[in-house]
Write a protein that binds this ligand. Structure first.
Ligand SMILES: Cc1ncc(COP(=O)(O)O)c(C=O)c1O
Length: 379
């Protein structure tokens, strides 16, 4: 099946099928194999998929053959991974929430854990003989915009390097084997990882007693645009570091394998501006409001009359963006958002009772995909 003409014909003839998410199996596999090549090329030890980006069983099962395991952030995600690919699959747990229930789950499987604070390390570290990592704060954000962190707030994520050094002797009996640094998102370069690795090596060298063997460099990598020089630099730095390296991309695995298909339900002109209302909403693409990102739309052109695409909720700011199409949009016409495979289904909500999109899986054919946990939110 070709994207998107065949999608257009399917959804044109199925009026009740929108709003819908379409996930492309071949696109997921393509990205996953590119990450495998990157891992092999750079000498990375473990490639994990961060389930939070698109936490669907079929996605996990599709990515499973390519990765060394999964990165999970809650007991529900642990259960999802186990239910998708079995109990013996490796997973790395990273979340500020660690309690006895989480520890019980971690101890059941071949799991690693990252502690978010030194207090957590001291409380729980000795109970995890397989070793844990300390999430480490570099005080440097690799984000293009600083939209993820509230102004003036001290980051709640990770321990300060200076505190790790100062409290090293207290950490000795806590089975700490490395650091975890995640501070990039949608990064089109490997620069954050080069900087973070160098930061980790400097910190490791300041420690006199702890034996640091590994670093989890988090996610944030978007492939396809990475320059050769940066890849080479990272490869050399990884070799020099003598550390076991893990990466755990989420968005990078799935972002360009997902489409949101919506339909125009009204169009009008107001104060000289064309507006079209869709049967979707920022409910289905929450990062539009959270991060100020304008999603890409299929079939737009540089010239043409601008039209604002608004969502179907009461929220004034429920605006997907302003776009130009070759012809004015008409009621009933489809609007296809592309590259929305990450953090959309996972964070979609039902504000105003707008139902969640139906999910379609594009494998050899286009079939509706039903996943109970997600689907029960539809009603
Ligand atoms: C600790 C951690 N690792 C990995 C990821 C995945 O990041 P991305 O989806 O940007 O690749 C996240 C995302 O928030 C994260 O918090």
């Amino acid at each position: 099946m070709n994207l998107p003409d065949d999608l257009l014909s399917f959804f044109n003839s199925n009026a009740s099928a929108t709003p819908a998410f379409v996930l492309s199996e071949s696109a997921i596999k393509r990205r996953a194999s590119e990450f495998v090549l990157l891992k092999e090329r750079l000498g990375i030890s473990k490639l994990l998929y961060s389930v939070k980006a698109c936490p669907l069983k079929r996605v996990i099962q599709t990515i499973h053959p390519y990765v060394d395991g999964f990165s999970v952030s809650s007991i529900s995600e642990i259960e999802l991974v186990r239910g998708s690919v079995g109990d013996d699959c490796f997973a790395h747990y990273v979340s500020p929430l660690i309690n006895d229930d989480v520890l019980n789950e971690i101890q059941r499987g071949p799991f690693k854990i990252t502690f978010n604070s030194l207090e957590q390390v001291l409380r729980f570290g000795s109970q995890i003989p397989s070793g844990g990592l300390i999430r480490t704060q570099t005080q440097r954000s690799a984000l293009r915009k600083n939209f993820l962190r509230p102004k003036s707030a001290v980051s709640k994520l990770g321990a300060m390097a200076s505190d790790i050094v100062a409290r090293e002797s207290a950490l000795l009996s806590c089975h700490i084997s490395g650091f975890h640094i995640h501070n990039a998102h949608l990064s089109t370069t490997m620069r954050p990882h080069i900087n973070n690795l160098s930061f980790a090596c400097t910190l490791r060298d300041q420690l006199k007693m702890l034996s640091i063997k590994e670093i989890n460099l988090g996610g944030g990598q978007i492939l396809g645009t990475l320059g050769e020089t940066e890849k080479q630099t990272l490869k050399v730095e990884i070799k020099k570091s003598n550390l076991d390296i893990t990466i755990e991309p989420g968005a990078g695995m799935v972002w360009n394998s997902g489409w949101l298909i919506s339909r125009v339900v009204d169009t009008f002109t107001k104060c000289g501006k064309r507006i079209a209302i869709l049967d979707t909403s920022v409910n289905h693409l929450p990062y539009v409001l959270d991060f100020g990102i304008t999603p890409q739309v299929y079939g737009t052109v540089p010239k043409g009359d601008p039209i604002v695409l608004g969502g179907a909720t009461c929220l004034e700011r429920d605006i997907l963006g302003e776009y130009r199409f070759p012809e004015p949009l008409k009621i009933g016409e489809l609007v296809l958002f592309k590259n929305v495979g990450a953090y959309s289904l996972a964070r979609a909500n039902r504000f105003n009772g707008i139902r969640l999109p139906r999910i379609f899986w594009l494998g050899n054919s286009l079939d509706e995909y039903v996943e109970t946990v997600y689907q029960t939110q539809l009603t």
